[in-house]
Write a protein that binds this ligand. Structure first.
Ligand code: MN
Length: 283
């Protein structure tokens, strides 16, 4: 199933080039009083949503504004330096590494980092760049969404904890500060165009991914080149933090990162997920 959020917090099931509105399925979700559970309620109740039968007419996808398929992750975890060719391009370019030694070691030593959950938007909301005097870059990444609470999960069992997959954009201001600071402005995490449930992608380790900026290809690789694959990333992340339904892990970017500026149009594509267009503007 391909599940999307659109327009004014509506819920849809994607079928080809259109969607069916299943916003009424949200009435199936349990309601809570303070303190609210630490998870995304939609993702933690995906089985209820899946049981809902859409009866509404098809709406063309081109006529809606796509939001992030996850509204309220407790955290966004991201993998730095997880493709060898990306590490090599960073090593060779002072504009990328900024003389920061943390940028040229592999993920085994670098570990993971967190992005502010307030940075999350959907493709229809666009990217609002800040600090335009500095270089802002795109990074296309396979993103996974955790489906059930995970703590100290072994890689061999990790895929059971995945609700689904989406395209992630990890937008970055280049500079010397911590990644969490430079990659967390509002709109610097784009998730979309929808959530593809894990049953449709049994092997996340062989997916083509690419990104075009103004029609020109900048990144084109395959998730088979990840240094730590999806199961190992879940094992590593869950050895440090409890993962809750709706938590996002962005799995790192391949080579080809490049600057973006206001006015640009990005098209990101991942095999078995789809494509999303994202407009870039000044904040
Ligand atoms: Mn990244």
């Amino acid at each position: 199933m391909k599940l999307c959020r659109f327009d004014d917090n509506r819920l849809g099931v994607v079928e080809g080039e259109s969607l069916r509105d299943i916003t009424a399925a949200l009435d199936l979700l349990p309601s809570y009083r303070y303190p609210f559970p630490r998870c995304d309620l939609l993702i933690s109740n995906l089985d209820l949503i899946r049981s809902f039968t859409p009866e509404s007419p098809a709406i063309p996808l081109s006529s809606v504004k796509l939001l992030s398929p996850v509204a309220n992750p407790t955290k966004i975890i991201a993998a730095p330096v997880n493709y060898q060719k990306h590490i090599e391009e960073v090593k060779d370019d002072v504009q990328l590494h900024q003389n920061n030694p943390a940028h040229t070691i592999t993920i085994h030593r670098a570990g993971l980092f967190l992005k502010a959950s307030s940075s999350l938007v959907g493709p229809g909301e666009g990217i609002a760049l800040r600090h335009l005097d500095r270089r802002n870059d795109h990074e296309v990444e396979l993103a996974l969404v955790i489906g059930k609470t995970a703590n100290n999960v072994k890689a061999s069992e990790a895929l059971q904890y995945v609700a689904g997959y989406a395209i992630g954009l990890d937008i970055t201001i280049r500079g010397s500060e911590d990644r969490s600071f430079r990659k967390s402005p509002d709109s610097y995490t784009v998730l979309g165009p929808w959530l593809v449930t894990a049953d449709e992608i049994p092997d996340p380790g062989h997916l083509d991914l690419r990104i075009l900026v103004n029609g020109e290809e900048r990144q084109n690789s395959n998730t088979k080149y990840m240094i730590l694959d999806v199961p190992k990333l879940i094992e590593l992340a869950s050895s440090f933090y409890t993962l809750y339904p709706g938590d996002i892990i962005s799995t790192g970017t391949p080579e080809g990162v490049s600057p973006i500026v206001p006015g640009d149009t990005i098209v990101a594509t991942i095999e078995k997920i789809g494509s999303m267009e994202v407009k870039v503007r000044a904040a």
